[in-house]
Write a protein that binds this ligand. Structure first.
Ligand code: ARG
Ligand code: ZN
Length: 864
């Protein structure tokens, strides 16, 4: 079944008030709902009410207090006929049904994890709790009564404010929650069980006091401080930057160890994967600390961009996700605490976009940020909707300025607070608030593919004139039959000896445009798409000497980094080693005491293999791996003196601090250690072992261990064993232990990584039904370890097929997001050279031939 964006129909009924009474029992949870029903905007007289329901046992139906027999039931819906609506008055529908949380392995709807109850309703999980109009444009007020046995489930949480709680007979108790804001069903949540919280009270901009809580299993309480700090910082940032205040008396975050994704923005009751809540220096790396900060911010920011203003339908997902990712990126950039820190954050975000989103946009799953059709909405929580969506939002800010963007946001909330709206509504608010015509900008929402911009430059010494011509075209992977030119904002600056040229913003709106600059005494170096102002591929044949000049001195940190990446990329793809001028430039950069260490680390990190793949017409993964590895080896050996010096200089005295500046120093120090292990493995293994043993934080301990593992050191095995024993009772750290071994590149004189991965899969601590564990073994190997995965004999692909089928089989006939994500692994098979291509095709066929595939996996493999 396929859903089409243009077939949207307004709901024929809507709910003003929803009352839920839920008696929690893992084996048999009884859900009573009372719905006040009104005709909706799409109402026609006499229409039946179709309520979605999935995996539910129907018990009874009443309408206006009377038993009602005119209904039909099928596995997906309850259809109610012969409804009373005299004079458009609301009527009341009461339904009783039963669900079985302990058998719910899909982790959608209501489920049990480690003895506690949790929910996940986005996008269509509420229908697994009760029969409902489970669509985001039906917004209602909720009052929820939760009942459970007190000894097993002392804590009962739901959205909004706690009205009352009381003891009941037979050891049961109950709590009543009310959410004052109308919301769609996907934002409903409940949590019940043995949990404890840390609390803070803060005062927000209006002077109101708010209660903040983070709920976890009791033994994890000590790991919640960083998440709480991140939440408080997010609340203050949204007030300051956008004038948006927390609107509830209390705001809760709950952590759960079995979760399909990162986290969920349920109104007032965010539910998180433990990975994005729990952190202490001894067990979490700098990357973990910063991910927690950004995910906490992301979910909090959804309270306005997503919850107060939500999506009319799921085609509009980027309306809330692209916008909220943009907001969390800006927040994290501000948290870096310096201009160079902001640039570092920008580089990291763009690197992710290119490694993950560009390939998606060039493959069989390519879709516009606002898709036109889907079979399974879960497959569209993609890097395109999220990350490219955020780039599109960023372009508004680039075109309108930070103040203009703020005006647009203000108008958006003024017009649409409390509504379910579309991407067009957002664009209209931005345009109207700034008196701008953004009609052409809409093409970013409707056309897939990364556009290409070709740059041609010329310099006329006699006239002292410099000219550039920019030509845009759709990505090669997308048909250009109906291509409409994009509105592309390109920041640029001419770099000259005299350094007198200002940065300007070019707006490329036609297929081809030319700009002329005069009074240029000598040929300038063109720095364009500065700060990555548009998500495009630049096709610009810049000379190596220009690139080198930019790498050494562009004042735009992003383009400085970019020039270095381009140089390295070209050389690697031509199977060259870094030449003397480039090594010199690297040396200059590394020894520049005024440069941010985090920037140095990024500048010396080579483009990822998967990004290199995107530059090839026919990918040979082993060849690319070898060329990149040789290039890296050259940087390691030629600069060994600098690496050794940095390894010493970047040591930080005193206690651990996760702030950006300390994290940057650690990143550079550990990068240097990796280089030293590459250059002189025997000598430096001793140093790595001692760093491993003496580290007082996970960043340093893990980096040392990773260095030993990746470089095939003899000491790796003993350290891995030590690591396992040390952290055996901390699942998130054990995930790292699994993940590190599964992402090991090929190592000489050792077993193949695949045979290691198979051993890990048989390990007693491996659990096929825990998403984090599966991601750390199977996804880490198949999706993030290209050099080990792509073997000429196809053994990696056979393992992939076997794993997709095994994961898909855990949840018969249900949503299997983990399997579907893995199934994306061979998306780009057509781009590979032989023998890889044929082997990949065979593995895909093996999966698609399976007759019992979930709709999720089916959509993915059939498109591939
Ligand atoms: N809205 C959540 C977030 O971005 C993610 C929900 C993902 N849902 C899904 N069905 N994949 O914060
Ligand atoms: Zn989100």
């Amino acid at each position: 079944q396929s859903f089409q964006r243009l077939e949207y129909q307004a709901p024929n009924y809507t709910f003003s008030q929803v009352e839920l009474d839920i008696a929690l029992d893992p084996a048999r949870t009884i859900v009573k709902s009372r719905l006040e029903v009104l005709p909706g905007p799409g109402h026609e007289a006499g229409a039946s009410l179709v309520l979605q329901g999935h995996d539910l046992e129907f018990v009874s139906l009443r309408v206006n207090g009377e038993a009602h027999r005119q209904f039909e039931l099928n596995p997906e819906a309850l259809t109610i006929h012969a409804l009373p609506h005299e004079g458009g008055k609301p009527f009341v529908v009461e339904i009783i049904c039963v669900c079985v949380p302990e058998k719910n392995t899909s982790l959608m709807g209501l489920y049990v994890s480690n003895g506690n109850f949790f929910t996940q309703c986005e996008a269509e999980g509420f229908r697994k709790i009760t029969y409902f109009l489970d669509r985001p444009d039906v917004m209602a007020r909720y009052r929820v009564t939760l009942r459970a046995r007190e000894a097993e489930y002392p804590v009962l949480l739901s959205n909004g404010n706690l009205l009352s709680s009381e003891k009941l007979p037979n050891g049961w108790h109950c709590a009543v929650w009310e959410d004052p804001f109308p919301k769609p069903s996907y934002l409903f949540a409940l949590v019940a069980g043995k949990l404890e919280c840390i609390e803070e009270t803060i005062t927000t901009s209006s002077g109101a006091k708010k209660l903040l809580q983070i709920w976890v299993e009791p033994h994890d309480l000590k790991k919640t401080r960083h998440a709480m700090n991140s939440l408080i910082a997010s609340i203050h940032w949204d007030e300051k930057r956008y004038g948006l205040e927390l609107d509830l008396e209390r705001f809760m975050i709950v952590a759960v160890g079995d979760f399909n994704m990162g986290a969920m923005e349920n109104k007032g009751l965010n539910i998180f994967n433990t990975k994005f809540v729990l952190a202490q220096p001894g067990t979490a790396t700098d990357a973990d600390f910063s991910n927690i900060e950004s995910v906490v911010a992301h979910e909090y920011f959804h309270n306005w961009t997503g919850n107060r203003v939500t999506c009319r339908d799921w085609f509009q997902l980027s309306l809330k996700e692209g916008l909220t990712v943009f907001r969390d990126q800006e927040f994290s950039a501000d948290q870096m605490g310096s201009e160079s820190g902001r640039a570092v954050k920008r580089i990291e975000d763009v690197r992710l976009l290119r490694q993950l989103q560009f390939p998606e946009d060039a493959g069989p799953m390519a879709h516009p940020i606002r898709p036109d059709a889907y079979q399974e909405i879960n497959n569209f929580y993609t890097v395109t909707v999220y990350e490219k969506g955020a780039e599109v939002v960023r372009m508004y800010q680039t075109l309108l300025g930070v103040d203009g963007f703020r005006k647009g946001m203000d108008l958006y909330f003024k017009r649409h607070d409390g509504q379910a709206v579309t991407c067009d509504d957002f664009l209209a608010a931005m345009a109207d608030a700034n008196g701008r015509d953004l009609t052409q900008f809409r093409n970013w929402y409707s056309q897939a593919g990364t556009p290409k911009v070709i740059v041609k430059e010329s310099y006329d010494a006699a006239k002292q004139e410099y000219q550039i011509t920019l030509t845009q075209s759709p990505s090669e992977h997308i048909s250009n039959k109906e291509y409409k030119p994009f509105h592309i904002p390109l920041k640029m600056r001419l770099l000259t000896e005299a350094d007198e040229q200002e940065e300007v913003l070019l707006e490329l709106t036609q297929e081809s445009q030319t700009w002329t600059f005069d009074h240029l005494a000598s040929r300038p170096v063109l720095s364009i798409n500065r700060n990555f102002s548009a998500p495009i591929n630049l096709d610009f044949d810049q000379s190596e000497s220009d690139l080198l000049a930019m790498f050494s001195g562009d004042d735009d940190a992003f383009n400085r980094w970019e020039a270095g990446q381009k140089l390295a990329m070209q050389m690697i793809l031509q199977n060259r080693l870094p030449d003397a001028p480039l090594i010199d430039a690297y040396r200059q950069l590394l020894t520049d005491v005024d440069l941010d260490p985090a920037f140095k680390e990024l500048a010396l990190t080579l483009p990822a293999e998967t990004y290199l793949y995107e530059q090839c017409a026919s990918i040979d993964p082993q060849k690319i791996y070898a060329a990149r590895r040789a290039f890296r080896h050259a940087i390691a050996t030629e600069l060994r003196i600098e690496w050794a010096a940095l390894y010493q200089q970047m040591q930080i005295p005193g206690p651990f601090n996760p702030d950006a500046s300390s994290a940057g120093k650690r990143a550079l120090k550990n990068f240097a250690l990796g280089m030293l292990l590459e250059a002189d493995p025997l000598i430096w293994a001793t140093m790595a072992v001692s760093q491993y043993q003496q580290a007082d934080n996970m960043t340093d301990r893990y980096a040392a261990l990773a260095g030993l593992v990746v470089h095939g050191s003899k000491s790796a095995a003993a350290c891995l064993e030590d690591f396992y024993t040390r952290f055996a009772d901390d699942p998130l750290v054990i995930d790292k232990w699994f993940g590190l071994q599964s992402s090991r590149p090929p190592v000489a004189n050792a077993d193949s990584t695949l045979s290691e991965v198979k051993r890990l899969r048989d390990h007693a601590a491996f659990k096929m039904n825990n998403p984090n564990r599966v991601r750390s073994v199977i996804h880490a190997f198949c999706l993030n370890n290209p050099a080990s995965f792509h073997q000429p004999d196809g053994s990696g692909y056979a393992f992939w097929a076997e794993s997709v089928l095994a994961l898909d089989a855990i949840r018969p006939s249900d949503s299997t997001q983990i399997a579907a994500r893995l199934a994306r692994g061979l998306d780009r098979w057509k781009q590979f050279s032989e023998p890889y291509r044929t082997q990949m095709q065979a593995a895909l066929k093996l999966v698609s031939d399976c007759e019992t595939l979930s709709p999720d996996v089916k959509e993915v493999v059939s498109k591939a």
